[in-house]
Ligand binder design. Sequence first.
Ligand SMILES: Cc1cc2nc3c(=O)[nH]c(=O)nc-3n(C[C@H](O)[C@H](O)[C@H](O)COP(=O)(O)O)c2cc1C
Length: 215
Amino acid sequence: MADNYLEKRYEEVFGKGASKTVVKKTNPSLDSLLLRNRSHRAFLKEHVVRRDELETIISVNTRIPSAMNQQVLRFLPVTKGDAASAIVQRSIHLGGALPELHLPTPGTEPEAFIVVCSSIDEGRYVDIDLGISMQSMALKSVDLGLNSIIVCAFDRAALKAELNLPYEPLAILCVGKGQDKIQLLSIDEEQSHKYYRKEGIHYVPKVELKDLIIK
Ligand SMILES: Cc1cc2nc3c(=O)[nH]c(=O)nc-3n(C[C@H](O)[C@H](O)[C@H](O)COP(=O)(O)O)c2cc1C
């Protein structure tokens, strides 16, 4: 006889001896999402990000802070197969600190994007809102089992014209199943902050806590 409540209930509902699969769903901690939330520059072609996944990622914007609660950011979801996908893919620059690698490697390009625009002129508070939005969407991507990278290196005027956007594009979130092997490195503030690759691992230096705290 089952001696815990859930097992007893299971037996009452499905009968004694019925086979059971216990699906344990745990909510990831913020720390684990932050650790998994690395910037990927190579994505798995076979994994196609769906429009509803991009909309779920965009939906975090209905729950985040906004200066004066102005909420001026607007979002264009772009999936593989949309005419816009090839346009965005062509316009972005990845891995500016590693120009010799010409990232992304052919066959690993991102194909799903969220183009983030502002409906008013860019300024201090729009940019703060933008940062909060991009990081929140990046974390949601990880929460969905996907990966992303924030990209600001693109020609805004050209992209606005090519996509016929009503607003100025400020940043792009590339979304997909990340393929990079990425490791964080703890550094002192005076050491190089430049990310680098060695033997197939992408290393990302992060200034350690003692150097971040002023006093
Ligand atoms: C505002 C912003 C703009 C960025 N723009 C680009 C970009 O244009 N191209 C790129 O390859 N990475 C871009 N990145 C990704 C950074 O290079 C990346 O965050 C950094 O190397 C640290 O790696 P991590 O995100 O894995 O911690 C951007 C990140 C931020 C926050």
